[in-house]
Write a protein that binds this ligand. Structure first.
Ligand SMILES: NC(=O)c1ccc[n+]([C@@H]2O[C@H](COP(=O)([O-])OP(=O)(O)OC[C@H]3O[C@@H](n4cnc5c(N)ncnc54)[C@H](O)[C@@H]3O)[C@@H](O)[C@H]2O)c1
Length: 431
């Protein structure tokens, strides 16, 4: 294989378009040679941006699977329930796969993807972007170098963000489990993956979880509120008003996320945003949607050796996805606040601060996840170019193991019990 990696983007939405930008910045390392998306606007935009020939543009991933293989790799960035089928079919065609998270929406489907990639001899990298964030990578490096001694307890918070939650999980694509997946899988498979990684892949012994959909329910609709924010008399007093989240932003010239998402077939402007709020899902009152996913959930885990974990996912926060972590060890304490890592050493009573340098271009950092998206694509393209899967930090087996933790936690929540696991691997019994 040449060092020049040819990629087909399957699903040219928010994520697909963003990852494809790597080719614009690094044209000698990656080229986008094909695109599949049923949305003409998205497909044509990507085609134009990357000068993709007409014969390599498709309205469905199946048309790519029906063709002779014409690239090295595919970026699968389709909606959650559309991961398994393209991943399995395209792995069988011999494409290396960059697959958006969650891998798939059931444990069986995830297992099938992993097994197919292994038997087909193709590389699989799941987009656990945080694994590629230089500062977050530093946490693992510090743990491995004994900065806190033996890890005893991990406390981890994912603050989803009040308007982010309203956008994605009340009005948007991830609001309803039957159409996407449960909130812990959709939002926090990243977090359980990090936790699993920080434990060094230790075996989970017990897991419990509680959570529900709070607040964004019909019974909490304020008196006098309309079904659409554009018609609402009490909109001014509502922090979740679509007028505030979208219309005020576009009036200030902001056309990126989340505004870009609601105008799926045009460039956002005041007119198209108003039209989307008038008729589309994003103009609905947050108390009148068909949402059912949890707004807050906790997961408690005991790993082998007595290491305990407390994880929280909360919708009602100022910060958007800026994780907070504390790792307590036998020799010290590590805290991460999204900007820096602080390590306190019990013996010397000294505090050390760590920050990180990133070589990601500014334009990529603007697209989301800080600079992690850039480093993620960089790792995948390097792995494919050099045929070296060790450059992939979120490969098949490890990702499957961390996704299993998510399925187990959700099972514990739904069945209202502690799930116990016995040797050698995931065999369940209940108490
Ligand atoms: N890694 C992360 O942190 C992260 C962040 C956000 C979203 N995601 C995940 O990325 C995936 C995509 O999310 P998004 O925000 O880009 O959504 P999106 O809706 O913007 O993009 C999905 C695209 O897939 C296209 N599509 C649908 N059916 C198709 C088919 N049959 N063939 C080809 N394309 C098809 C849609 O038309 C759409 O353009 C989801 O699974 C989501 O959960 C991951």
């Amino acid at each position: 294989m040449s060092t020049f990696v040819k990629v087909i983007v399957i699903g040219a939405g928010n994520r697909g378009k963003n990852y494809a930008e790597f080719a614009t910045i690094n044209p000698v390392r990656m080229q986008v040679v094909g695109v599949a998306d049923p949305r003409t606007f998205a497909q044509k935009n990507l085609q134009k941006r990357h000068q993709i020939p007409d014969e390599n543009t498709f309205s469905d991933w199946r048309q790519v699977a029906d063709r002779e293989k014409f690239a090295d790799a595919v970026f699968i960035c389709t909606p959650d329930r559309l991961h398994r089928d393209p991943a399995v079919a395209l792995a069988k065609k011999g494409y290396h796969i960059l697959l958006e998270k969650p891998m798939a929406v059931t444990e069986e489907e995830c297992t099938e993807i992993v097994e197919t990639c292994i038997t087909s001899g193709v590389m699989l990298m799941v987009c656990h972007v945080l694994r590629y964030d230089p500062l977050i990578s530093k946490i693992k490096e510090l743990i491995d170098h004994g900065a806190v001694g033996d890890v005893m307890h991990i406390q981890h918070l994912e603050p989803v963000g009040f308007y982010h939650f309203a956008h994605s999980f009340v009005r948007g694509n991830w609001r309803n489990e039957a159409q996407s997946s449960f909130a812990l899988l959709a939002k926090s498979c990243h977090d359980l993956d990090l936790i699993h990684h920080w434990t060094g892949g230790r075996r989970c012994i017990k897991i419990s979880s509680f959570g529900s959909l709070n607040h964004f329910r019909k019974e909490n609709k304020p008196v006098g509120a309309a079904d659409r924010c554009l018609d609402c008399l009490v909109e001014k007093t509502c922090p979740y008003s679509a007028c505030k989240i979208y219309l005020d932003r576009v009036k200030q010239g902001h056309v990126g996320w989340p505004v870009s998402v609601i105008c799926s077939s045009s460039v956002p402007d005041i007119e198209s945003v108003t039209e989307a709020l008038r008729n589309g899902p994003y103009g609905r009152c947050v108390y009148e949607c068909d949402n059912n996913v949890c707004s807050n959930q906790v997961v408690n885990i005991e790993f082998e050796g007595g290491l305990t974990v407390a994880f929280s996912m909360v919708a009602f926060t100022e910060e958007i996805c800026q994780r907070k972590t504390s790792i307590y060890g036998s020799k010290g304490e590590l805290t991460y606040d999204g900007n820096r890592i602080r390590v306190f050493d019990f013996l010397t009573k000294k505090t050390t601060l760590h920050s990180s340098e990133s070589s990601a271009p500014e334009s990529f950092a603007m697209a989301g996840h800080g600079n992690a998206d850039y480093h993620l694509v960089d790792a995948f393209i390097s792995a494919v170019a050099s045929a070296d899967p060790s450059l992939i930090h979120s490969g098949p087996e490890e990702t499957l193991a961390s996704h299993r933790l998510v399925f187990l936690a959700e099972r514990a929540r739904l069945e209202n019990r502690v799930v116990f696991l016995v040797l050698p691997c995931f065999t369940y019994f209940s108490m």
